[in-house]
Design a protein around this ligand. Structure first.
Ligand code: GUN
Length: 302
């Protein structure tokens, strides 16, 4: 990263692209949650609880779940991990979620996605109590977010928004393009940017002239799942680029992780950019901790 500025604690060290340090910002968020968790424990006499459910042995999901549980401990939360075999059926998984919905020690329930193919993701998300839905995926929370009243907001878009606000301050009036229309990232990201008074465009696999649309944007959030798809010609000089992609690719016989943005190509043009790894990923987990605390407080204040 020679010649690049590192963004940390609000200081920009030279006039090259700011590298948005998701690791550092996420550590700060987790520390803030830890402070608030201590206050929660003093007030109520127990820790907020997060249950994480993993079905099967998908290696990437195993890593994500391990990191979520580790961060939860750092944030002072009580975390419980449930590992179910790959052939688990819908009735068994629903029964576990139902049990967690009714457990007063559990304030947040997360079922790691993707699920094995015999399980229906939409059905299981709908079974999670919306008050404990720390992913913000339940239709009730999706509706709340789209009407601008969201409380439990999907963690990845929330982390992206926090990074954008860190770098740009007020987002009002900015032109933002979201690449990708998934329920987990693209759609909630667009809703959040709209709530922040951006002018928002979603582009996707069927959009014509994506490059031309992106090149007019002040903010580009790439969440298409296509390795290194976004090139420098897509980016307006000085724009802020948030890369949600995490793609494993082979490079010189070695496996490495790349984003949806061609980082080496785009970084000299961008005003600020997130690296992969070390950008959006750690922020997603930090926002999960934040949501668990928010959910716990809301349940105790009912
Ligand atoms: N798989 C990839 N990202 C996520 C996420 O944010 N939540 C859940 N539950 N599964 C995921």
């Amino acid at each position: 990263m020679l010649g690049c500025a590192i963004y940390n604690s609000g200081e920009i060290s030279d006039n090259m692209a700011v590298i948005i340090d998701g690791k550092q910002l996420s550590a700060q968020v987790v520390q803030e949650v830890a402070v608030e968790t201590r206050a929660f424990v003093e007030e109520f006499g127990f820790q907020p609880g997060l249950a994480v459910v993993l079905v099967g042995e998908d290696p990437a999901s195993q890593v994500y779940v391990r990191n979520k549980v580790k961060r939860a401990t750092e944030a002072g939360l009580h975390s419980i991990e449930y590992k179910l075999p790959v052939h688990t059926d819908q009735v068994t998984l629903n029964a576990l979620v139902d049990k967690l919905n009714n457990d007063p020690k559990v304030h947040g329930v997360l079922v790691q996605l993707p699920l094995p193919k015999q399980l229906n993701e939409e059905d299981i998300i709908a079974v999670i109590n919306p008050e404990k839905d720390v992913d913000g995926f339940h239709p009730i929370n999706v509706g709340r977010l789209s009407s601008g009243q969201g409380m439990l907001i999907p963690c990845t878009p929330l982390g992206c928004l926090m990074m954008l606000e860190r770098v740009l301050g007020n987002l009002s009036g900015k032109n933002a393009v979201v690449i990708g229309r998934s329920n987990i990232v693209g759609k909630p990201m667009a809703a959040l940017l709209l709530k922040a008074n951006c002018t928002v465009t979603i582009v996707h696999s069927r959009t014509q002239n994506i490059e031309a649309i992106c090149s007019g944007a002040d903010i580009v959030v790439a969440a298409a799942g296509q390795p290194q798809m976004v090139k420098s010609s897509w980016i307006k000089p000085g724009a802020t680029v948030i890369d949600v992609g995490i793609n494993a690719v082979e490079c010189d016989g070695k496996r490495k992780l790349v984003g949806d943005v061609d980082y080496t190509d785009v970084e000299p043009v961008a005003g600020a950019i997130t690296p992969v790894p070390g950008g959006v990923g750690p922020m997603t987990i930090a926002c999960l901790m934040k949501n668990t605390l928010i959910a716990a407080r809301a349940q105790m204040n009912k």
